[in-house]
Design a protein around this ligand. Sequence first.
Ligand code: ADP
Ligand code: MG
Length: 613
Amino acid sequence: MSVINLLSPHVADLIAAGEVVERPASVVKELMENSMDAGARSLTVEIARGGMGMIRVTDDGSGMSPEDAGLCFLRHATSKLRDESGLAAISTMGFRGEALAAISAVSHIELRTRRAEENEGTRVTLSGGDIDAMGPVGCRVGTVMTVKDLFFNTPARQKFMKSDRSEGSACMGAALRSALGRPDISVRFIRDGEEQFFSPGDGSAKSCVYSLLGRDVASGLLECRSVNGGISVSGFVSAPRCCRGNRSGQFFYINGRPFKSAQLQAALEQAYKNSVMTGRFPACVLYLTIDPAQVDVNVHPAKTEVKFTNEREAFDAVYYAAREALAAENGAAQIDLSATTKRAVEPNPAFYKKMTAEEYREKTAAPRPAPQTRLDLGSAGGTFAMREPSRPLEPSRPVPPPRIPSIPATPQPAAAEKPETQPPKIEEEEPVRVIGEALGTYIVAERGDCLLLIDKHAAHERVIFERLKAQSGAVMSQTLLVPVAWTPGGDTAELLAENAAELEQFGFEVELYGVNSVVIRAVPADCEGSETALLEEVAEKLRTGHPGGAADEILHTIACKAAIKAGKRSEKRELEALVRDVLEQNIKYCPHGRPVCVELTRRELDKQFKRIV
Ligand code: ADP
Ligand code: MG
């Protein structure tokens, strides 16, 4: 007796549906792609109850004839591919003819569609893939596809759905990703009756990015462009200072199609080597354009992976696009020490005295330990050593107990703090002299025959971070004189309210206040004035932080907001206290991993000035 059954087309559809339609967000993506393929100039996506209740996409595209309106829900029914030769060069988003079959198999659908050349439109309704009714209807040119009760007939799949809030956010994410790929199409996204985003569709990538990602993100992006062989790349990459703790800000498109690629992610990140610290990731919106025959998009039913005929070419195109954008930005921001030096010394070489390395060694003190890291100062070739602040005043001492005022008013002499029990020191500590502040950002200090450059903000951030950590679970809080009412976008208010108890341990007092709003009553000490920016970031940490990891991330954020900012002049005594903290606590990196202290040795300087060769 045979044990093999041929599955009915209905069961086959249900199985296939699982691959294409994983969750409501997949439906949003597929329907938007269909509208884009239909030549829509503008489209509206509406969702209700996280997309589980309803998803509707309305477009002003070509529409369908009555015949096609009936056919489009059949498996392998597509207008975008005729035979196998078409597979070699796909220029549309869809081509597999699967999406509508898959979606209709697991939902209730209503389609209204009309072509420009027809006087009336067609309405089709389906349940679980079967057509219930079909007939003429009065409607506008274009298509309205309404999907309701997703997974009503596949309870196993329904069980896997998360809360309406997360499914809704995923829908919004999917819509945003699609919209960002097509600056020439205007996209409106409405969630439970409220507009969440809108892109103008004026063809400008800049206005598209600005309207979808917001001003803050957009202002941290650098424009880039490159052509490598048959691949051209245009778009934006983030300035190193705007990198973030995860890759959620990376958007790649190939001929308008969003895709994921580990290689191109690597290419992008490679370009940031030495510009961002480990654990920080660049953001990007990169549009790749390539002859469709040179890329295979038929790798996976969800069409999010692609294969390039020439992987290396794609890698290089992305790498150089990012690299050049960064170089252009660095060029303006960097202090090129050796170029300045050259200008100063080259016109009259007679003015500087040359010294051989031998002479130098004789004249200078005991050799110092080898540099640990070398910072490249740019094309002029000058490099200088960056070491951990050598010989911290008390290497074996634990981090001192937290002080409540962030910067004490009067610096105490370091020697006064030495406990009696300290083991005898091999060599006497050289005193540190704070010279001042350069560029509003760096503290310049001198110790022995070394010049110390300390990033004021990064150092202060670290000091505060250590103090907050020591306060574990009871961060000092400051009640606001006037509570702040705030309506953030998206699900932020809800998220903050849900986590109010946890946030209290970080010094926040936040409660829900009307729809999508919160009232902020207290914030961590020293953070007033930036409460909404701070909470925005904290919400992001709650959203993305892996379990248990969010606490440190939140402390980073608080420390960053409470720290003195680069660009603001500080009092000398503040600087002195900070330098002391940095050296005492042996601080090397800010909580984000950026170096805090750079040392420029006399030898390096002498070399720059050609005192020695
Ligand atoms: P595919 O997009 O891979 O062709 P789908 O199942 O998504 O497969 O869609 C089937 C067909 O239905 C499309 O090829 C297209 O002809 C038609 N169609 C779907 N959505 C629309 C729309 N919004 N406007 C016009 N035609 C559409
Ligand atoms: Mg499709």
